[in-house]
Ligand binder design. Structure first.
Ligand code: HEM
Length: 400
């Protein structure tokens, strides 16, 4: 048994998941918690009360929004209005999803490929000859953020401001356990985000410009224009979905590929493996560790009684390593036959940006590996991942 697994005793709390260092290599902790308590109630006052670790429970919860609601009380990020569509339950959810989907279809996203490729190469031009880079700061951060701004129709110069708001929302700089401090930072960021988007929305009214904001401002929803709270709820979510997740995923994948050169060589020698490899690395690394829900009607799951109002975390990272669903789950297997991972969630809220994310990941890894096939993390560099959405602050790489 591993060291982490040994430290989990009979009465361990599932919130161990958020202990320092766990997000660096969470799979051992996931396995121990999943095997010991597939559904567990936490005694912590500050953190959500119930955790689902096994694939069957997580998948059931994802597909039963009438029991596991996504309503705003499931997760407050300090905003005044629900994030749309992620914090809306069906049947209204289906209507918002129908409004937003056309911008995210494989066809619409496929048209962005030349733009993504040229942006990727522009970023690589900055450091490919230097023999070193901070992958997180110089590549994984600017790539999805620039694409997001373009998709929304916003000026690239506003990027630093968006990155600050993103960090204040997703990982506010406070001491561990300072929940009040974190809430205050989030609320301030949320106010600033709303004020910014309010101006952009007002300026877009009556004009037809490129980008999702202009489209939404002029769209018809249920026979009327979207109101300001709806527009802000959509923009706020796009910012969180579009800026952080692809950065985290690129970081997670490149850390894995740096530490496993033989798996990287397979991809540099045969880039056609990339789409399958991306799915497998999404499963194995699961950059978004958990998704939140709140119980709408009491239910017993895995022998644990859940009550109405209980906040729940669906630990999708743990579900993705469930040995009853994935054969030899700790192995990274590019030719895994059926890869039903839930790294993009599942059910009605399954990630709307998944095609965009896959495009960005594939083009980024294709071009990076074409130009810099042999990279490594310098000896002694410590890579420390944030919990929740797994991401390091720095990711130094070197190559000859
Ligand atoms: C690899 C990168 C990404 C990962 C791992 C990821 C992960 C997820 C997950 C797990 C959910 C489900 C949340 C839940 O059930 O509560 C989700 C939903 C969502 N994601 Fe992503 N995401 C990624 C990229 C993106 C991008 C690039 C965008 C948009 C620009 C985006 C937009 C959304 C939206 C709008 C939803 C809500 C969908 C709904 O409620 O119907 N995501 N994502």
């Amino acid at each position: 048994m591993t060291e982490v697994a040994q430290t989990i005793g009979e009465n361990s709390d599932p919130s161990l998941l958020f202990e320092a260092g766990v997000a660096d290599r969470p799979n051992e902790m996931y396995r121990a918690l999943r095997q010991q308590c597939p559904v567990a109630r936490s005694t912590s006052d500050e953190l959500p009360s119930v955790y689902l670790f096994d694939y069957e429970s997580v998948s059931w919860a994802l597909h039963h929004p009438e029991v596991f609601s996504s309503a705003a009380e499931a997760l407050s990020l300090g905003q005044d209005q629900p994030l749309i569509p992620v914090q809306i339950d069906p049947p209204l959810h289906t209507k918002y999803r129908r409004l937003l989907s056309p911008a995210f279809t494989p066809k619409a996203i496929g048209e962005l490929e030349p733009v993504v490729r040229s942006l990727v190469n522009g970023l690589l031009d900055e450091f490919a000859d230097a023999g070193a880079c901070d992958f997180h700061l110089q590549f994984a951060t600017p790539l999805p953020s620039t694409i997001f701004l373009r998709l929304m129709g916003m000026p690239p110069d506003d990027l630093p401001m968006f990155l600050r708001w993103r960090d204040d929302t997703v990982r506010p700089a406070v001491e561990p356990g300072d929940f009040e401090g974190a809430a205050a930072i989030r609320a301030a960021a949320s106010k600033a985000i709303s004020a910014y988007f309010q101006e952009v929305i007002d300026a877009a009214r009556g004009k037809h410009a490129d980008g999702l904001i202009s489209e939404l401002v002029n769209a018809e929803f249920e026979g009327r224009p979207l109101n300001i709270d709806e527009l802000l709820g959509i923009c706020h979510l796009m910012l969180l979905g579009g800026l952080d997740t692809v950065t985290a995923t690129l970081d997670c994948m490149v850390v894995y590929l740096s530490r496993h050169p033989e798996r990287r060589h397979q991809l540099t020698q045969n880039p056609a493996l990339l789409p399958a490899a991306i799915e497998e690395l999404l499963r194995h690394e699961t950059p978004v560790m958990v998704v939140p829900r709140v119980v709408k009607e009491g239910i017993t799951l895995g022998g644990v009684e859940l009550q109405q109002g209980d906040p729940v975390l669906l630990v999708i990272g743990a579900a993705n390593g469930d040995e009853t669903v994935f054969e030899d789950p700790d192995a990274v297997n590019y030719s895994r036959e059926s890869n039903r991972h839930v790294a993009f969630g599942g059910g009605n809220h399954k990630c709307l940006g998944a095609h965009l994310a896959r495009l960005e990941l594939r083009v980024a890894l294709e071009e990076f590996h074409r130009r810099i096939p042999d990279y490594r993390i310098p000896d002694g560099a410590e890579i420390s991942f944030s919990p929740g959405i797994r991401q390091p602050e720095h990711l130094p790489l070197i190559w000859d």
